[in-house]
Design a protein around this ligand. Structure first.
Ligand SMILES: Cc1ncc(COP(=O)(O)O)c(C=O)c1O
Length: 380
């Protein structure tokens, strides 16, 4: 009998079972060295020369994420934005890009400013409707379709398999920001994506104490080689301590995501019936426009992110956030502590986010405490 392939929670808990060959330690060390010895015959047999690309501390987090995503290679970066913008920076001036209107606002802003200044031709479309992607594609000119699913902060869902087919038929690649889904709920590469991006600052690390990003590729090709070269030459690497913390965080990813999904589903259901809530946006609710696709492409839950639209508009929403006692009024997502934020205030002028929307990142606290706190904040 052959050994069964370890499941994601086994891979994560044991960080793929790595044991230090010298000391037999079960936890990898943090390598702070910036440089490595050259052999007397002028070769670098260790395969490492300088830590801007070769730090051994990166290897473990990258190998684990690569295994969880089912990829052919993974690179960590100094932040999610560093990872995402590296992909756009290897495109050439004049290349056409299709990206969603509803997405992480920082990347939308970068695409509309730096991206366009660099000569990228960027079309932003409602990517929850595949017809919009199809209509925006320019066969031959479109080099990249970028999607985020579920997408900030309405948790709009894009059908990854269908988007991949559309992109490929037009000669483009599909990249998926899978930060919110995590590799546990969705594996974009198995659905046809060429690249997966994570803000590892969020669920992967999970403890709100590391800024990090990652890219995973479906195959080792020229495109990926250029990404590797740009990380090496541009230097947007993760520090060794952050890489080490990231691996430590990823060991509990399955537990945290499972708990966050369960609590988010409960909160979504309860808040949908709350007298002060005009709408709940959560892909797990049958009335969410992306529910059917999410049910197909997400396994084990619909994520730990939801948004509510508060009766009474912007001021009522801000006042609700002001009254929470357990939830933390802060931006970001995917940590063990639950966060609440008035999203339009974060995104600033020109945001497409409804003014009455509060974004909730569900942590791992007791679900009853979280619900009771929201109830008192909404009901006062
Ligand atoms: C979905 C998503 N993608 C990308 C990013 C950017 O990641 P980072 O803040 O690690 O640069 C964020 C940050 O909030 C995000 O939520």
């Amino acid at each position: 009998m052959t050994d069964p392939k370890p499941k994601p929670s086994t891979l994560a808990a044991q960080a793929m079972g790595w044991v230090d060959p010298t000391t037999k330690a079960v936890i990898p060390p943090i390598h702070t060295a910036t440089t490595f010895i050259r052999d007397p015959d002028n070769q670098y047999r260790s395969g490492r020369s300088y830590a801007r690309a070769d730090n051994p501390t990166f290897d473990h987090a990258e190998a684990l994420l690569n295994a969880l995503e089912g990829g052919a290679g993974c690179l960590t970066f100094a932040s999610g934005m560093a990872a995402a913008t590296t992909v756009f920076q290897i495109l050439a001036p004049g290349d056409h890009v299709v990206a969603p209107t509803v997405m992480y606002w920082g990347l939308r802003k970068w695409l509309s400013t730096f991206g366009r200044e660099r000569g990228l031709v960027v079309d932003l479309v409602d990517a929850s409707d595949l017809d919009n992607i199809a209509a925006a594609l320019r066969p031959g000119a479109t080099k990249l379709v970028w999607i985020e699913t579920p997408a900030n902060p309405t948790w709009a869902v894009t059908d990854i398999a269908a988007a991949a087919k559309l992109a490929h038929d037009a000669g483009a690649r599909l990249a998926v920001d899978s930060t919110v889904a995590t590799p546990l709920l969705t594996r974009p590469i198995a659905l046809g994506a060429d690249l997966v991006m994570h803000s590892a600052t969020k669920y992967l690390n999970g403890h709100s104490d590391v800024v990090a990003g990652a890219l995973v590729t479906a195959r080792q090709d020229d495109f990926w080689a250029r990404i590797e070269t740009l990380r090496h030459d541009g230097g947007a690497i993760l520090g060794p301590f952050e890489a080490w913390l990231l691996l430590r965080g990823m060991r509990t990813l399955p537990l945290r995501v499972e708990r966050a999904c369960r609590t988010a589903a409960l909160l979504a259901e309860r808040l949908a019936a709350h007298r002060s809530v005009a709408a709940v946006l959560y892909p797990g609710l049958p009335d969410h426009p992306g529910h059917a696709v999410a049910a197909r492409q997400m396994q084990g839950g619909f994520g730990g992110m939801l948004s509510i639209r508060v009766d009474g508009g912007e001021q009522a929403a801000i006042a609700t956030a002001a009254r929470v006692r357990i939830w933390k009024r802060a931006t970001s997502l995917g940590g063990v502590e639950s966060l609440i934020e008035h999203r339009a205030s974060v995104e600033g002028p020109g945001t497409p986010v409804p003014r009455d929307l509060l974004r909730l990142s569900v942590g791992i606290e007791d679900p009853d405490d979280l619900l009771a706190d929201l109830d008192q904040a909404l009901g006062a």
